[in-house]
Write a protein that binds this ligand. Structure first.
Ligand SMILES: *[C@@H]1O[C@H](CO)[C@@H](O)[C@H](O)[C@H]1NC(C)=O
Ligand SMILES: *[C@@H]1O[C@H](CO)[C@@H](O)[C@H](O)[C@H]1NC(C)=O
Ligand SMILES: *[C@@H]1O[C@H](CO)[C@@H](O)[C@H](O)[C@H]1NC(C)=O
Ligand SMILES: *[C@@H]1O[C@H](CO)[C@@H](O)[C@H](O)[C@H]1NC(C)=O
Length: 572
């Protein structure tokens, strides 16, 4: 029965004429970190895949840091012994625009640092550094960003900052409209928008798009309730026009609550803490749901951000076209200080209204490292048996705040690709060998491998690296093959050595047996010749001879039956 119900529902849904006109469902991948099996969560029977095979780390039971986290029971954490960078790499993600959301977890064990702080990157770009106190604020239990994924993969990494072990509850990769949150100035696929705040006014309920029956193309946004007792709240059941439209598909319910400024304090101000010296994209939502406002010109206000006027003479009824109709304004601001303050100032003695505010930090995507250099470093990582503490996961050069240890990175500003021009792996107790792929590090100028236990030949392909000026390799007794080192003998594995030893012994044994045969045979011939010389027929002599030998053997070694039976075969 449990299985039949959703299938029946699916059948009914797919037969309905409504579905044929609807847009195909967006790509959605949800991961329950540390889960042994796929999980379905209430109330919408949402499917979360287990994360087996995506990454290292340790699965563990979770305690949920806030009420809004999905009701999942497990997490995955990454102790420092597993290295400073740990990544999930998802394959076969269709090219598109995505909302990526990561919920943080807490390990319910007093031995662990209770509030881990770490950095999160998506596709090599650092999107968020966690702030202390995050466990006490609902909307800080996750980080979320809008990113373009163009190469079929999604790489999400967690970078230790020395404050506890990164612990992850869930990862969601939800496709949104390609034009979602499109803003004209400088908008491109090279930009990431990290959600800094998403607020709904006039309600005390935290909500996700799903709770509002929002369109799946909206990316299941989380809306934090904001309620200030001094302001007058409004709520309506009236339908709202132009709400759930492309590209952003805002749930209609967002426009059904609002706050308006009171007569005693005519302005509305919202202030939040931000990171300084960043750019923010700000989206303001309005719908005139106040019965007292019946037409154009009755509520007009100006909007300023950090004191700078951004929008003049906002008249929601006029600009949206009607009452109960959604209006969305967006603007981009640079913020030098640590606060972002949005002020709505009414004109003509009226009041201001606001339904929803969204604030995104605008982040420029990092450029990536040349793919062949990444593969070369990965080959080097396994050939040298690099210990976990090196990390060496994700991209070698980005995020720039967390490059791979030992790799010196440079950006080619013509191609916008990072390359490696130096490797410092001295005194790391490395025991492996140098792979030939190392010659794919075409820009290497120096490698320092001194003070390790590296063995085997220096790959001759290293000679093709024209820019290589410095190869230090002291104190690696096992290295060979260039002037100043011992010449390379054949390099044999242990099993090859055993094989050769065995073959040599076998040859020696065969040689001994053959020479014994030859000696015996020669003795017999000599004896036969002696008998023939005495006049007996050769054939008879043979018979007698064999009899003689058998007899003599019986006499001499009475115990040896084998020797008797072997007698004739030795003679034939
Ligand atoms: C995790 O939870 C399950 C069931 O809730 C329990 O059986 C298991 O022992 C727990 N594991 C740890 C490490 O606490
Ligand atoms: C954002 O604002 C710009 C004007 O500043 C406008 O051209 C653009 O269409 C707006 N984006 C959306 C999705 O409304
Ligand atoms: C950057 O790349 C271009 C094109 O491949 C190349 O000509 C140039 O030499 C490179 N610059 C550096 C500093 O490697
Ligand atoms: C390589 O590392 C060793 C040991 O740390 C150091 O003594 C040596 O100066 C380094 N060589 C270069 C060229 O940096």
């Amino acid at each position: 029965m449990m299985l039949k119900f959703p299938m029946l529902w699916l059948l009914v849904f797919s037969l309905s004429p409504f579905s044929s006109s609807a847009r195909p469902a967006p790509y959605a991948l949800r991961i329950s970190c540390g889960a042994r099996d796929n999980v379905h969560t209430p109330p919408t029977y949402t499917l979360w895949f287990r994360d087996f095979g995506y990454t290292g780390g340790i699965p563990y039971n979770a305690s949920r840091p806030s009420d809004i986290t999905p009701p999942l029971k497990t997490l995955r954490y990454f102790p420092l012994s597993e290295g400073p960078e740990n990544c999930y790499k998802f394959q076969s993600v269709p090219r598109g625009h995505y909302s990526v959301r990561i919920f943080f977890g807490l390990v319910p064990d007093s031995d662990f640092d209770n509030e881990p702080l770490f950095d999160i990157s998506i596709e090599g770009t650092l999107i968020y550094s966690m702030k202390s106190g995050w466990t006490k604020q609902e909307d800080q239990a996750f980080t979320e960003a809008l990113v373009f994924l163009s190469d079929g993969t999604a790489s999400i990494c967690f970078h230790s900052t020395g404050h506890g072990d990164p612990a992850i509850l869930s990862i969601e990769i939800l496709q949104v409209d390609n034009k979602a949150y499109y803003f004209v100035q400088g908008w491109s696929e090279g930009l990431i928008l990290r959600t800094a705040a998403r607020l709904t006014f006039g309600t005390s309920k935290a909500r996700f798009d799903e709770d509002y029956s929002g369109d799946h193309w909206g990316g299941d946004r989380y809306w934090s309730p904001i309620r200030n007792n001094a302001d007058h709240t409004l709520a309506t059941d009236h339908r709202i026009k132009q709400a759930s439209d492309a590209p952003n598909f805002y749930p209609e319910a967002l426009y059904q609550t609002a706050v308006v400024s009171s007569d005693s304090q005519p302005g509305l101000t919202y202030t939040m803490d931000v990171d300084p010296n960043r750019k923010y994209s700000i989206w303001l939502h309005f719908a005139e749901i106040d019965d007292r406002v019946t037409g154009i010109g009755q509520r007009v206000f100006d909007i300023s951000i950090n004191g700078h006027p951004e929008f003049q003479d906002i008249d929601v009824v006029k600009m949206s076209g009607d009452r109960y109709t959604a209006l969305v304004l967006n603007t981009t601001v640079a913020v030098n200080g640590r606060t972002l303050s949005i002020n709505l100032q009414p004109k003509n003695g009226g009041s201001a209204i606001i339904n929803t505010i969204e604030v995104f930090e605008i982040i420029a995507s990092e450029f990536k490292t040349l793919p062949e250099e990444v593969s070369a470093l990965q080959a080097l990582k396994s050939a040298l048996g690099l210990p976990h503490r090196f990390g060496w996961n994700g991209d070698p050069c980005v995020p720039q705040e967390h490059p791979w240890s030992g790799a010196d990175c440079h950006l080619n500003t013509t191609t916008n690709k990072w390359f490696i021009d130096g490797l410092g792996l001295d005194n790391q107790g490395l025991r492996g060998f140098l792979p030939t792929d190392i010659s794919n590090l075409h820009h290497l100028q120096s490698i320092n491998l001194s003070g390790n236990n590296i063995h085997g030949a220096i790959p001759s392909s290293l000679g093709t690296l024209t820019s290589l000026e410095l190869l230090t390799i002291d104190d690696n007794a096992g290295l060979c093959g260039i002037p100043g080192l011992r010449p390379c003998g054949p390099h044999l594995s242990a099993s090859a050595k055993i094989g050769i030893g065995f073959a040599v012994s076998l040859c020696f044994l065969l040689l001994v047996i053959c020479s014994m045969c030859w000696w015996k045979r020669r003795q017999n011939i000599l004896r036969a010749q002696m008998i023939a010389a005495r006049g007996a027929p050769y054939a008879k002599a043979r018979t007698h001879l064999s009899h003689d030998i058998q007899l003599s053997k019986h006499q001499n070694h009475g115990h040896s039956r084998t020797a008797v039976e072997n007698g004739p075969s030795l003679l034939s």
